[in-house]
Write a protein that binds this ligand. Structure first.
Ligand code: ADP
Length: 262
């Protein structure tokens, strides 16, 4: 609680008393704490790949380059992998900060969700095939259009699909289906992957929250993918739900407002 003292004067400007005004700053405080935590987390996340890159580059300079060419190659590959991780992290942080700047609103236009799904499928089909995962799409042609931002919705589906492929082993299945749901369109991304324990389900949309940190890192995850998804869904006035069974798989369902055809 923040107290603010305001002097009370009469019409001649003479002081008659003082009024105490109390502001509830718990919301402000919470925002400030969240921001500080975020900066601390980002710094921590950036430090690891930078330290790895520096360590391996120093080892190369210290002689590994000439003395152990086989090892040198592996060290260089590790450097590249961590540089990629840094790039992913910086891109995700920039995406989140751009989305936050848009809290005032996003221009939502009528669009065919089928074409968004198709674009995302094209972008990911080689990746799925490379991992030995079958990727299927079921999208009826007569779906109502939804109110959305094409680029942002591509990002949502890419992140969900990327996760589905990341946490599903070779031989598994990943699918995208779309169906009408009252005044909305429901788009589900399903996988036959590792699933998510019930106790973690409510937290996976938080920034940097991961069920298995080592696994996420190893797969090139930043821990920000679902936070970006949630933000975009909010800007669309939509909803996202998740059902999951450890060892069986997960279903992420995105609900978007349909545009009435009249
Ligand atoms: P990350 O970059 O770590 O994947 P996300 O924000 O995209 O970060 O997801 C947060 C966490 O939620 C992941 O680390 C993972 O533990 C869990 N998760 C997300 N999607 C799936 C999925 N399809 N199957 C299993 N776990 C998932």
């Amino acid at each position: 609680l923040l107290a603010h003292w305001v002097p009370l004067t009469d019409e001649k400007g003479l002081r008659q008393g003082t009024v105490a005004v109390f502001h509830d700053i718990s919301d402000l405080k919470r925002l400030e704490t969240m921001r500080r935590d975020f900066v601390a987390n980002v710094s921590h996340e950036l430090r690891t790949p930078v330290a790895v890159i520096k360590g391996y580059a120093e080892t190369l300079l210290d002689g590994a380059l000439e003395e152990a060419p086989d090892q040198a190659r592996r060290f260089t590959e590790t450097i590249v992998r961590h540089a990629e991780r840094l790039t992913n992290l910086i891109n995700d942080i920039l995406t989140l900060s751009r989305l936050e700047g848009r809290d005032a609103g996003t221009a939502l236009l009528p669009l065919e969700i089928g074409s968004v799904i198709d674009k995302v499928r094209q972008l990911m089909e080689d990746h799925a095939a490379g991992k030995g995962i079958s990727l299927t799409v079921a999208c009826p042609p007569s779906l109502p259009r939804v109110a959305g931002d094409q680029g942002q919705l591509e990002q949502v589906l890419l992140n969900l699909l990327d996760n589905a492929l990341k946490y599903t082993p070779s031989g598994g299945r990943v699918g995208i289906t779309a169906r009408p749901d009252g005044n909305r369109v429901a788009i589900a991304v399903t996988d036959t992957g590792s699933g998510i324990p019930a106790r973690d389900l409510s937290r996976i949309f938080e920034r940097f929250y991961r069920v298995d940190e080592a696994r996420s890192r190893e797969q090139g995850g930043t821990g920000l993918g679902l936070a970006i998804v949630k933000h975009i869904v909010q800007l669309h006035g939509g909803e996202i739900t998740v059902q999951s069974e450890p060892g069986t798989g997960s279903v992420f369902t995105l609900y978007l407002n349909a545009v009435s055809s009249s």
